[in-house]
Design a protein around this ligand. Structure first.
Ligand code: K7E
Length: 631
């Protein structure tokens, strides 16, 4: 396809555009610079042949992958290395297949009048001693300032919190040691502390905060006001610290204002110090919110800030990632700077304990890695892998060698580079956020796919590539088209998760519906009954393939109708759906599950309902009628 000269021409074109991109960034003009359209690939795709990573039909994957679904509002489960999509977990979005956002059970999780969309970025699976324990996955909603918890036994969200006093949750991370007791949510955009409309025109009064949530109760523990906008965050392996990248230290409102200073910060919070202050009553609250707020801004502290350390870091840092398996270092990826900043966690403890004088003393290396470094991940052999957005590459570099170079030794810390297609954002290697890091696979979440797949109109698939990192050189082994738009992913070993195959009847997810039936004197497992309570009608039915326990019920126009379906099938995968024609109602009822929906029967006449999950040879006949008498 291309001869050697084409390749050189291609390379020089790539370099030319790359250099203009740097100029663009320096001039704070992103129009021609940070935009991604300019990049071309330097060599044709190498087709993967005889791929030893291929998962044959009927074989199971080695890893579960947790993928954020970006502005689809969901979280996805993939099998790795096949990259087969196994499940979509609706979280902040309404979902036609499962009835998420439609059923009473999901509305209880979402809350009244919840916006039915979201922008999920950073799924994080809970830990015990920095190892995945398979209990929960937490996910942020950048769009509507929320944090959700997903139960990994049933793969459904069970708690969603709207975070007060801040706007837009971007970074999300978990305490690793001794276990995930705390969730940290980084507020990104700055707004007036009491954002009630009184302080619109004075940006000097705009701030944001780090929020700490109790992972078990899903109640707020505290918030800490900071200088600048928080971006990404990660914890250490001792349970004491959480670090966040912090851009816009000038607290500007426009791009040129945000591009002011050469340096922003990595801000590191001392969690026990903040919690001691809260316990001692040294906090305030804002507006109607009861959440304790402490002040971690530099201006609030005389001398040493006891709550937060602001480490000067090249302008607009982005990814923050602690290196496994011991969690000795934290790497902050430069984004607008071609460098990564390596922080040693033990030095952070020394600083807070008074042993260091300059915040920069916690930095042990600042390797140059390439253009547009966004996120960093790791293998189990001391190497870091950084995504380079502008270079459309993954760069592999050695952490200890970068420290030697920082200390003046002549040593090349760069180990390898590989082209990805194209404009990579997040990056994550298998188990790389845990002690069990194994250095096998790396996924490159590319923002642009351009010519890698059949064209499907103006909206292109994202391209989540899989790279084998077991050898000296990285090897691209899979192109994975994904729907809009993963921002982060993680992989855990298949044996680290133990999802249920069938619901248990005492599942708290539908406990309130069970309590309602109990109050009506209904036994959900056997009864098919209609209870009238004024103009409220509750229709209880079972479902066993191929029929609903109730095939006809009668209500009056204007009645508020609640339909409760209990799936009495016990065999895994015999799921039923309840779909009511012309009413926008469809929802899931998996084996031994109870699901319900409430609506107003406002249309007189005959309305059929049917099972929407194919369940039996007589599935088409699994139906019934709602008869609505005119008012
Ligand atoms: Cu870089 Cu939200 Cu992980 Cu997008 S963030 S890539």
């Amino acid at each position: 396809m291309s001869d050697k000269n084409d390749h050189i021409k291609d390379l020089s074109r790539r370099n030319f555009l790359r250099n203009s991109a740097v100029t663009g960034v320096a001039g704070a003009s992103l129009a021609g610079g940070f935009g991604a359209g300019a990049l071309v690939r330097s060599r044709p795709a190498e087709a993967a042949t005889n791929n030893e990573h291929h998962v044959e039909p009927g074989e199971l994957d080695e890893y579960y992958g947790f993928w954020s679904g970006g502005h689809s509002g969901e979280v996805r489960i993939l099998g790795v290395p096949s990259m087969r999509e196994l499940l979509r977990i609706p979280v902040f979005n309404v979902d036609s297949a499962t009835g998420w956002g439609i059923t009473n059970e999901s509305k209880r999780v979402l809350g009244e009048n919840a916006p039915l969309n979201g922008d999920t970025h950073h799924p994080k699976v809970s830990y015990t001693d920095a190892r995945y324990d398979g209990r929960y996955c937490f996910i942020n909603d950048k769009l509507n300032t929320r944090v959700a918890r997903i139960r990994l036994d049933i793969m459904r969200a069970d708690k969603i919190l709207t975070i007060p006093n801040v706007q837009s949750i971007h970074g999300l991370t978990l305490q690793r040691v001794p276990s995930t007791e705390r969730v940290f949510a980084a507020g990104e955009m700055i707004v007036p502390l009491n954002n009630n409309g009184e302080y619109l025109d004075d940006p000097s009064e705009y701030w944001t905060m780090m929020t700490c949530i109790d992972a078990e109760t899903m109640e707020f523990k505290w918030q800490a006001i900071v200088d600048g906008n928080l971006d990404n965050c990660d914890t250490d392996y001792s349970g004491r610290f959480v670090a966040a990248s912090c851009y816009n230290s000038a607290r500007g409102m426009t791009l040129p204002e945000m591009m002011g200073p050469e340096r922003d910060w990595t801000v590191i919070f001392d969690v026990p110090a903040i919690e001691a202050a809260v316990a001692a009553g040294n906090y305030t609250t804002i507006g109607d919110s009861p959440v304790p707020v402490v002040d971690a801004r530099e201006q609030a502290h005389q001398g040493r800030n006891a709550f937060a350390l602001y480490v000067p870091t090249p302008r607009s840092p982005h990814g923050v990632n602690t290196a496994p398996p011991e969690g000795k270092y934290c790497v902050v990826s430069g984004k607008l700077s071609p460098t990564c900043t390596v922080i040693e966690w033990s030095h952070v403890a020394e600083w807070f304990d008074g042993g260091l004088s300059d915040p920069r003393d916690v930095v042990v290396a600042e390797p140059e890695v390439g253009l547009g470094p966004l996120h960093t991940t790791y293998d189990n052999r001391g190497n870091a892998y950084t995504s380079l957005f502008l270079d459309s590459q993954v760069v592999k570099w050695n952490i200890e060698d970068s420290i030697r170079a920082y200390n003046g030794e002549e040593v090349n810390y760069i180990r390898d580079r590989i082209d990805v297609h194209y404009n990579i954002g997040h990056i994550k290697a298998s188990l790389a956020c845990s002690r069990d890091v194994d250095g096998k696979y790396l996924t490159a979440l590319c923002k642009f796919s351009k010519d890698r797949f059949l064209p499907v109109g103006p909206m292109h698939a994202e391209n989540d590539q899989l790279i084998d990192i077991t050898g000296e050189q990285m090897k691209l082994i899979h192109d994975g088209p994904t729907y809009a738009e993963p921002h982060d992913a993680l992989m855990i070993r298949a044996d680290q998760l133990n999802p249920s195959q069938v619901y248990t009847r005492d599942d708290p997810y539908f406990a309130e519906t069970v309590a309602m039936a109990h109050a009506d004197g209904v036994t959900l497992e056997t009864d098919n009954k209609v209870i009238r309570d004024g103009n409220k009608v509750r229709v209880y039915m079972t479902s066993v393939a191929p029929s609903f326990g109730t095939t006809e019920f009668r209500v009056k126009q204007g009645d508020e109708v609640t339909i409760v379906v209990t799936n009495m099938d016990t065999i895994e995968d015999v799921s039923h759906g309840f779909a009511l024609v012309n009413h926008g109602i469809n929802f899931e009822i998996h084996p031994q599950q109870t699901s319900s929906v409430t609506f107003v029967a406002d249309k007189p006449g005959v309305h059929w309902y049917y099972c929407s999950w194919f369940c039996h040879a007589l599935h088409m006949e699994m139906s019934g009628r709602m008869l609505v008498e005119p008012a």
